[in-house]
Design a binder for this molecule. Structure first.
Ligand SMILES: N[C@@H](CCC(=O)N[C@@H](CS)C(=O)NCC(=O)O)C(=O)O
Length: 345
């Protein structure tokens, strides 16, 4: 009996060791490869994050995460079909397989990560909920919003935090609940509501890109209060850990590359680096790609075609964009921020 058990244990160990070191393709990854395209669920149109430009090309920080995943899987950042979704539509779209992943300013919460059957793979952008009001109202603080009419999107953490915040501060409000973001913006700018509340990044995007003439940016103020934590990140369905790992490490690779000074401009030069960490990251020392189940030059492809996290941030939402958002909490941990990638080793 003891012998049998030992033999069984040895067999188990052999199986485990035999599989270590190579990733096994899961069903989602197989389907993506067979299709030759990643189906990425994005928002319907928010400057800096996910927006189809005048040529119909999707651009933004969230779009870059889709592109990074595509570069890791296909060696080509362009093998992505973008599926624009409202906040209300996004979870059904992911559950039903209409998209492989979401990269659309979805907040990581416990219930979404568990009961809805999803896994969050990281944080693309650390955000928090804010309020925007017309300057002419003369409001300086969210605490002065008692009785206000508030525009908000359904199926969001925004809606829930709004109710909590007003209740906690013994204030009342009249919600104007609108699903489509362009209709929310139109309602707010036409004065149908006194206040627009959403993630502060989306308020900044809306103020920078969507104010209709003759109104100007100066006619609107974003109030100082941030009433929640909104860690926004990519989401996948439960069931294919390998695909989840690829999405997780594609974003980490962008962050890690920034930390090690690897950019889209210098990545070819960096291939000659003899720094052991950089060699592992870029695959000149092989092994990391194999462990993840992708090509060993996966990070090279991401950085060459998409850029590192800082490049993407600056270009899409930072100083190189109309949004001009400060790095703040989204600075690297080495710069006092929260962006931190575990080591690629
Ligand atoms: N982060 C909040 C709010 C998200 C939100 O309002 N929505 C998305 C829709 S997925 C958005 O960015 N809307 C603007 C757009 O569609 O571009 C949440 O996850 O509930």
């Amino acid at each position: 009996m003891r012998k049998v058990m030992m033999a069984a244990t040895a067999g188990f160990v052999a199986v485990v060791l035999g599989t270590a070191g190579t990733a096994h393709a899961g069903k989602e990854l197989d389907a993506i490869k067979a299709r030759g395209q990643l189906l990425c669920g994005v928002g319907t149109g928010t400057a800096g994050f996910h927006l189809a430009n005048t040529q119909g090309k999707w651009v933004g920080l969230n779009v870059d995460v889709c592109r990074a995943v595509s570069a890791a899987i296909f060696g080509d950042a362009d093998k992505v079909k973008y599926v624009p979704l409202t906040a209300q539509q996004r979870f059904t779209a992911l559950q039903s397989g209409e998209v492989d992943m979401l990269s659309n300013n979805t907040t990581w919460t416990l219930t979404r990560d568990t009961a809805l059957g999803f896994d969050f793979t990281g944080v693309t952008y650390y955000d928090g909920q804010g309020f925007m009001v017309p300057k002419k109202l003369g409001v300086k603080s969210a605490k002065e919003l008692n009785g206000a009419t508030v525009c908000v999107a359904p199926g969001t953490t925004t809606e829930l935090n709004l109710a909590d915040y007003f209740r906690a501060n013994k204030m009342t409000f009249k919600p104007v609940v609108i699903e489509k973001v362009d209709e929310i913006r139109a309602a707010f700018f036409s004065g149908r509501c006194d206040v627009y509340t959403t993630d502060a990044s989306s308020l900044a995007a809306t103020r920078a890109a969507n104010v209709p003439a003759p109104l100007t940016v100066e006619d609107f103020v974003i109030l100082p209060e941030i009433i929640s934590k909104e860690p926004l990140g990519p989401v996948v369905r439960h069931g294919d850990s390998q695909f989840a790992d690829i999405v997780r490490w594609a974003l980490f690779a962008m962050v890690e590359a920034e930390e090690y000074g690897i950019t889209s401009k210098n990545v070819d030069e960096m291939l000659k680096s003899d720094n052991p960490t950089i060699k592992r990251i870029l695959g000149t020392t092989p092994g990391m790609g194999k462990a993840l189940g992708v090509a060993d030059n996966w990070v090279y492809q991401i950085i060459k075609q998409v850029g590192n996290y800082g490049e993407s941030f600056d270009r899409n939402v930072g100083p190189g964009s109309p949004l001009k958002i400060a790095r703040g909490q989204n600075a690297l941990w080495t710069q006092g921020g929260l962006q931190y990638a575990p080591p690629i080793r």
